[in-house]
Design a protein around this ligand. Sequence first.
Ligand code: HPA
Length: 274
Amino acid sequence: MTKAYKRLTIAYESFKKKIDFQPRAALVLGSGLGDYAEGIKIEATLDYGQIQGFPVSTVSGHKGRFVFGFVKGVPVVVMQGRVHYYEGYSMEEVVLPIRLMKMMGAKYLFLTNAAGGVNYHFKAGDFMMITDQISSFVPSPLIGPNIEGLGQRFPDMSQIYDKELCQMLRDTARGLGIVLQEGTYLQLGGPNFESPSEVKMCRILGADAVGMSTACEAVAANHMGMRICGVSCISNMACGMTDQPLSHEEVKETADRVAPQFKQLITEAIGQMA
Ligand code: HPA
């Protein structure tokens, strides 16, 4: 057994001893979006620190716990706070929670984040459904011996974000009267925001939004055959696109402002994952 698999197994055993719950869908809440977890029908919570071998997040605005409960009758596990590569963890550690949620039983993965808008047609406060991604600027979480129990050595990435789930999100947003942009998410390492030239590079490469998470998680989840969808909250236009310097406070403020609509969209979408 590889070291990574061993650590994962230990984390899973530790979870199993404490919680008896089988989620169908897994939801990862991004910066400023964590409050959503408090509004669901909660059955149990588990602080990351209580799970053996689990990497614990240090960013303000990110709580560190799993919330287990029901959204429209669908059993869900919610990550209230994620682990970021820029905190100094290895990629293997960053995706351990995603792998763990698959082991708990989750078939669906709903990824959310706050991201900088790179596409000039976007504005702060927009939602962008992620249709594809660029993860080439951070190491793959699959580097190292392949964990055969999870997936194959050279997994296909031609459709990371599930087509049917994307259509379901479009329909759901339309039904709610929510404008849903679409585009490619590019992950950079962070924690610094980009320079104007780096943002220009992102645009030239075909990105519509830039952030510091998510793509690596989607790679690990796709490796395991999870059905994935994702929505970015465009919390700000990326550096150099306005005269304003960026701050984490601005990211959180925008996320707070659009949280009610965001909650509606997530709730209705998860309801479709029954
Ligand atoms: N860049 C990178 N990550 C981000 C941004 C940004 O502008 N906003 C929120 N997360």
